[in-house]
Design a protein around this ligand. Structure first.
Ligand SMILES: [Zn+2]
Length: 454
C-alpha cells in the first residue's frame, strides 16, 4: 500500500544559502539542514525571524555538511526549543564546533542583532550534546519502517547526501555535490536507484574551466612570483579550500616543481579545521592517504608556518621575500587577508591569487575584474600587484556534472526538486533535466509543500 510523505521547502530555495527542509515521514518530523541565510553579509537579518514551524516538535535534524549555510542556524533552533537528535557523519560533527564558534565570533561583533541570545556557549554546548556522528553507509533506523544513511557527496570533508528508504522507495537529499575529482576527497558516489531527488544547483547554469591544468597553473604562478622575489597572497575559504591548497603545495614541493620558501598559513579557523582533517584522514581519497602513509605528516612540509596569534601574523610583513601568505576570508570581505592586501597589493612584484568564487560587489570580485583602486577596511588601496585567477578548484559540480549525476538514476527517478541555487541557475537545470533526460523536475518556492507517494 502506498504511503504518503510530506516535504516542505523552508529554506535554500531561490537561493544558494539557508538550506532547511522538513520531511514528515512515518509519524516523524525530520529536518534536513538548518543553515544561515547569507547574502552580502555573513548572515542576512532574516535569520533572526522565528522559524515558521515549531522547533519543539522536530524529532531529528540531519546535517549534510559543515558549511555555515547548512548548519549556521542550529543554535537558534535550540534557542527556540529543539531538543531532538542531530545526526551527521563523524567529520561533520568534528568540524561543526569550530565553524559555529567562528560564526558566533564574527556575528557577535554586530550588537544590534541579539546574537548573544542565540550563539550562547550554552546553546553551542547543547548542539554538540545532541549530536551523533555516523560513518558513510551506516544504517540508521529512525522508525520501524524508515532507514537512513549518509552517502559520500565529495564536496568537503565528511560531506554527505542523505538517503531515506521508506516502503521500498528512496528519497535522496544531495546537500552540496563536489566537483570530483578533488585532490583530497573521494569522488561523489554514484546513485542509480533514487525515486525522489532534492538536489543542489549552485552551478546549474554554468560549466567550469578544465580541472586538468589547475596544478600546473598553480606551480607557474608560484614560480613567476618567486622569480620576481615578491609576496604571493592567496585569499581562501577556511574549510576545504585551505586544506586542498596546502596539499597541492606539499605535492608540488615534494616533486620539486616549486622552490622551498616560507609559506604562512595565516588563519586561526583554517588551522583549527586542519586539525580535524588530520583526525579523520581515513575520509580522504586513496592518493591523499597514500601520501600520509609514506611516513609524512599531513599538511606539514618545509617552509610552512602556522601563524595562530595576531602578533605572529603582524610579523609576516617583516619577513623577507619571496614568500607565500594564505589567509581568509575567501572573498576579501574580512579576516586577516585584508591587512595583507593593504600591504602587498600596491607593489607590482607581488601576486594575488584567487582560486574561489567571488560574489558580485565583494573586494575580491572587484580586484578580479581589474579595478586599479579597491576600498579595503576604510582605505583606498592601489592595485599594482599581478592578479591571477585559477578556476579549476571549484568545490561544486558544474551544470554538466549535475546532469551526469542525475542521468545515473534516469530509470528510477520519478521527480527532481531543484534547490540551493539562484533562481536563474535552478530554472536552467530544471529545463535541462526535462529536455535532455525527460525527467519531471521543478524548482519549488519558499514555504511550499509536496506529497511524495512511497
Ligand atoms: Zn557546501
Amino acid at each position: 500500500m502506498n504511503k504518503q510523505v510530506k516535504l516542505t521547502f523552508y529554506g535554500g530555495v531561490g537561493s544558494v544559502t539557508g538550506a532547511n527542509f522538513l520531511l514528515e515521514i512515518d509519524g516523524k518530523k525530520i529536518l534536513i539542514d538548518c543553515g544561515l541565510v547569507q547574502g552580502f553579509k555573513l548572515a542576512d537579518d532574516v535569520n533572526w525571524d522565528p522559524f515558521v514551524y515549531n522547533p519543539e516538535e522536530i524529532d531529528i535534524l540531519f546535517v549534510s555538511h559543515a558549511h555555515v549555510d547548512h548548519l549556521g542556524r542550529i543554535p537558534k533552533l535550540i534557542k527556540e526549543g529543539f531538543r531532538g537528535k542531530i545526526y551527521s557523519t563523524e567529520p561533520t560533527r568534528g568540524l561543526a564546533l569550530p565553524m559555529l564558534e567562528d560564526t558566533a565570533g564574527i556575528l557577535g561583533q554586530n550588537t544590534d542583532l541579539d546574537l548573544d541570545k542565540i550563539y550562547t556557549p550554552e546553546n553551542i554546548k547543547l548542539t554538540l550534546s545532541f549530536w551523533q556522528g555516523f560513518s558513510y553507509h551506516e544504517k540508521i533506523q529512525i522508525t520501524e519502517n524508515v532507514e537512513v544513511c549518509f552517502l559520500n557527496a565529495g564536496h568537503i570533508l565528511g560531506s554527505a547526501m542523505i538517503e531515506f528508504v521508506y516502503n521500498g522507495k528512496k528519497i535522496l537529499f544531495t546537500g552540496d555535490l563536489g566537483n570530483s575529482p578533488s585532490p583530497l576527497l573521494p569522488d561523489t558516489e554514484k546513485v542509480t536507484d533514487a525515486d525522489y531527488l532534492i538536489m543542489e544547483s549552485v552551478y546549474g547554469d554554468r560549466n567550469h574551466e578544465s580541472k586538468d591544468d589547475r596544478r600546473r597553473l598553480l606551480a607557474e604562478t608560484i614560480q613567476d612570483n618567486h622569480k620576481r622575489k615578491g609576496t604571493l597572497i592567496i585569499p581562501t575559504f577556511s574549510l576545504e579550500r585551505s586544506q586542498e591548497l596546502l596539499f597541492e603545495l606539499d605535492t608540488l614541493l615534494e616533486s620539486e616543481r616549486i622552490p622551498v620558501m616560507p609559506i604562512f598559513f595565516d588563519s586561526p579557523l583554517a588551522i583549527r579545521l586542519t586539525e580535524v582533517f588530520k583526525q579523520y584522514k581515513n575520509y580522504l581519497n586513496e592518493n591523499a592517504q597514500k601520501a600520509v602513509s609514506s611516513g609524512k605528516y599531513l599538511f606539514d612540509f618545509p617552509g610552512l608556518h602556522n601563524t595562530l596569534k595576531s602578533e605572529e601574523s603582524k610579523m609576516i610583513n617583516t619577513m623577507p621575500d619571496p614568500k607565500i601568505v594564505i589567509a581568509g576570508s575567501g572573498m576579501s570581505t574580512g579576516g586577516r587577508i585584508v591587512h595583507h592586501e593593504r600591504h602587498y597589493l600596491p607593489d607590482p612584484n607581488n601576486t594575488l591569487l584567487l582560486t574561489g568564487y567571488q560574489s558580485v560587489g565583494t573586494p575580491g570580485r572587484l580586484i578580479q575584474e581589474g579595478v586599479k583602486t579597491v576600498h579595503i577596511t576604510g582605505e583606498d588601496v592601489v592595485v599594482r600587484a599581478h592578479v591571477v585567477t585559477i578556476l579549476g578548484y571549484s568545490g561544486h559540480k558544474d551544470s554538466d556534472g549535475l546532469l551526469n549525476f542525475v542521468e545515473d538514476m534516469q530509470d528510477s527517478v520519478k521527480k527532481v526538486f531543484v534547490v540551493m541555487g539562484e533562481p536563474k541557475s535552478s530554472m536552467f537545470l530544471v529545463q535541462k533535466l526535462r529536455d535532455n533526460l525527460g525527467i519531471e523536475a521543478s524548482a519549488p518556492e519558499q514555504g511550499s509543500s509536496v506529497t511524495l507517494e512511497c
